[in-house]
Design a protein around this ligand. Structure first.
Ligand code: NAD
Length: 420
C-alpha cells in the first residue's frame, strides 16, 4: 500500500514517534494504538428508481478515556475502514491537545452524495443513524459534520435519534441548525480557529504586509477561513477545489467568491481570474505557488513525498485532517517550512462543538460573542502550550502537540486504571 493509501499507518507513525520521545509506558502505548470500538454497518437505501442499494458505513470510537467520544461523519466515495480509524485517532489527539473533556470518534459512509438526490441522502442518513443508534448519544458519542455532510444531515440524525428515544435530544449531535439547538458561531468555527492560529503564527514568525495565501478546498472550512484571512488583510492568490482552481496573483475577490459559492452558482463561472479546470492541475499549481502560507483544507494525504519538495510556502497550516504524510512532513521540516499540525490548527470546530454540547446539556444558549471569545481563549492557550514545548525541546509543532496530547491521555488512562 502506498503512503497516500495507508492513512492509518501515517497516524500511527506519528503517534509512535511521540510515544518513543516521551518514553511512554508500553501498556498505554498499546492502548493508544488501537480503536476502542469499531462498528461496520451495511446501510440499505431504496433509491429514487425503486432499487435497493447497500453502502458500507462505519462508526469508530477510538478512545473515551477523557470523556464521551466526539467526531464528525463523512460521506465520500474514498471512505475506508482504515481511513475512518485514522480520522477517529486524530480526533482523540485533537481533543486532548486543546484539553476539552472528550474522547475521539469518526463515522463515515462510502457513497457519492454528489450523485444522490436530497431525498436519497435523507433516507440514507436516517437508516445509518438507526444502525449506529446503540453507539451514539449525548453521554456516549456525539457526531458532527465532516466532508460532504452539513447542518441538514445533523438535523436528520437528531430527529431520527429523538424519534427512537421518544423525546427531543439536541445534544446527540453538534453542528446542527440554530433553531433546533445549534450554537451561534459553529458554522464557521473551524475557519475562525484556523484564522486565530494563522494570526499567532504570522506574529511568531514576523511575517507582515498582506501575506500571500493559497488554500486547497472551499467547503465549510476553506470558505470560512478564506473570508476571515481576507478580513485580516491576507492576499488569497489561489483556491483549488474538485471543480478546479481560481488564481489571481493580485489577490482573489473573496467576498464576491464567497457570495458566488453561497448562492450555489457554478464554480467555474466565477469571472476575472485565471481558472484551471482540471483538479489535479489546479492542485499542482496551488501547491507550487510562491506564497507565505499554504493551507490544505480538503482531504488527507495531499502533501506527499511526490510533491513536498516542490512546495514554496514558508508556512503550512493544516486545516484539513491528515493532509501531510510523514514522509512529506520530513521533507518540509528539512526545507525549514513551519508546519502547524491539524490537531491544533483545525481544532476550532470541535471546540465550538463542545460549547454547543454544553449549551444543549444545560439548555442555556450563549451569545455569539461569548462563543467566539471562549474559542479564542481555548485555541490560543493550546497554541502557546504547544509552541512552548516545541521551543524548549527543539522539536516540530506536530511533535510538541502530540506530546501534549499523549501526556493528557496517558494521565487519564492511568487514573482510570485497567479494568478488570
Ligand atoms: P466540505 O465537504 O465542506 O468541503 C470540502 C472541500 O474540499 C470542497 O471545496 C471540495 O471541492 C474540496 N476538495 C475535496 N477533494 C479535493 C481535492 N482532491 N482537491 C482539491 N479540493 C478538494 O468539507 P469540510 O467540512 O470543509 O472539511 C475539509 C477538511 O477539514 C477535512 O479534512 C475535514 O476532516 C476537516 N475538518 C472539518 C471540520 C468541520 O468542522 N467541518 C473540522 C475540522 C476538520
Amino acid at each position: 500500500m502506498s503512503e497516500e493509501e495507508d492513512t492509518l499507518a501515517n497516524f500511527l507513525e506519528t503517534l509512535d514517534e511521540a510515544a518513543k520521545r516521551l518514553n511512554l509506558d508500553p501498556n498505554i502505548h498499546k492502548f493508544l494504538r488501537k480503536p476502542m470500538r469499531t462498528l461496520h454497518v451495511s446501510v440499505g437505501l431504496l433509491d429514487d428508481h425503486g432499487e435497493y442499494q447497500i453502502y458500507d458505513g462505519y462508526r469508530i470510537q477510538y478512545n473515551d478515556a477523557r470523556g464521551p467520544s466526539k467526531g464528525g461523519i463523512r460521506y465520500h466515495p474514498d471512505v475506508t475502514l482504515n481511513k475512518t480509524i485514522a480520522l477517529a485517532g486524530w480526533m482523540t489527539m485533537k481533543c486532548a491537545v486543546v484539553d476539552i473533556p472528550f474522547g475521539g470518534a469518526k463515522g463515515a459512509i462510502k457513497c457519492d452524495p454528489k450523485k444522490m438526490s436530497r431525498d436519497e441522502i435523507e433516507r440514507l442518513t436516517r437508516r445509518y443513524t438507526y444502525m449506529i443508534l446503540p453507539m451514539i448519544g449525548p453521554e456516549k458519542d456525539i457526531p458532527a459534520p465532516d466532508v460532504y455532510t452539513d447542518e441538514k444531515v445533523m438535523a436528520w440524525i437528531m430527529d431520527t435519534y429523538s424519534i427512537f428515544k421518544g423525546y427531543a435530544v439536541p445534544g446527540v449531535v453538534t453542528g446542527k441548525p440554530i433553531e433546533i439547538g445549534g450554537s451561534l458561531g459553529r458554522r464557521y468555527a473551524t475557519g475562525k480557529g484556523v484564522a486565530f492560529v494563522t494570526q499567532k503564527t504570522l506574529e511568531h514568525l514576523g511575517i507582515r504586509n498582506h501575506p500571500r495565501v493559497a488554500i486547497q478546498g472551499f467547503g465549510k472550512v476553506g470558505s470560512g477561513l478564506a473570508k476571515f484571512l481576507y478580513e485580516m488583510g491576507c492576499k488569497i492568490v489561489g483556491i483549488s477545489t474538485t471543480a478546479g482552481g481560481h488564481f489571481d496573483k493580485n489577490g482573489l475577490d473573496i467576498p464576491r467568491l464567497f457570495q458566488h459559492s453561497y448562492d450555489g452558482k457554478v464554480w467555474s463561472e466565477f469571472e476575472n481570474t485565471h481558472f484551471i479546470e482540471d483538479m489535479n492541475e489546479a492542485n499542482k499549481a496551488l501547491f507550487e505557488s510562491e506564497v507565505d502560507l499554504l493551507i490544505p483544507a480538503a482531504l488527507e494525504d495531499q502533501l506527499t513525498e511526490k510533491n513536498a519538495d516542490l512546495i514554496q510556502a514558508k508556512v503550512i497550516i493544516e486545516a484539513a485532517n491528515g493532509p501531510t504524510t510523514p514522509k512529506a512532513d520530513q521533507v518540509l521540516n528539512e526545507k525549514g517550512i513551519f508546519v502547524i499540525p491539524d490537531v491544533l490548527a483545525n481544532s476550532g470546530g470541535v471546540v465550538v462543538s463542545y460549547f454547543e454540547w454544553v449549551q444543549d446539556t444545560q439548555a442555556y444558549l450563549w451569545p455569539e460573542e461569548q462563543v467566539n471569545k471562549e474559542l479564542e481563549n481555548v485555541i490560543l492557550k493550546s497554541y502557546d502550550e504547544v509552541l512552548k514545548r516545541a521551543v524548549k525541546e527543539e522539536i516540530t509543532m506536530r511533535m510538541a502537540a502530540y506530546e501534549n496530547g499523549i501526556d493528557r491521555l496517558a494521565k487519564a488512562i492511568q487514573l482510570r486504571g485497567f479494568f478488570p
